[in-house]
Design a protein around this ligand. Structure first.
Ligand SMILES: [Zn+2]
Length: 121
């Protein structure tokens, strides 16, 4: 029994990465795309989460996913599909972001100096 739990935890270390939402990221707009979802899709062949997919942050089934900015323990930044409510609550810094486990194969590295332009307003 314990062996199974230990084995699963070890597999998780390879397939999952602990991240948090990056607050204040709404100031960045994608340089070459309409949205961060489009930026993500241009870097991935995987399907975008469908309606009814469980959001990895809140662990609830959600309708709408957006490309959220997340950051890991080593300060590396990524775009990751999260539900729109988690993105607006934590991405805009309304509440302190909890840590959650992102699936590594769905993370797209992001560098604001290369991939973003300042919001025009
Ligand atoms: Zn969520």
């Amino acid at each position: 029994m314990n062996d199974v739990v230990e084995m699963r935890d070890n597999i998780d270390k390879f397939t999952r990465l602990k991240v948090k939402h990056l607050s204040g990221s709404s100031k960045w707009k994608p340089k070459e795309f309409e949205s961060w979802k489009d930026f993500w899709l241009s870097n991935k062949t995987e399907d975008w989460p469908k309606s009814g997919t469980i959001c990895d942050c809140c662990r609830e089934k959600k309708e709408t996913f957006v490309g959220g900015h997340v950051i890991d323990d080593k300060e590396k930044k990524y775009i990751y599909p999260v539900c729109d409510s988690c993105n607006s609550t934590y991405g805009e810094g309304k509440e302190e972001s909890p840590s959650f486990y992102a699936q590594k194969f769905l993370l797209v590295p992001f560098d604001e100096k290369i991939d973003a332009k300042p919001k025009e307003d």
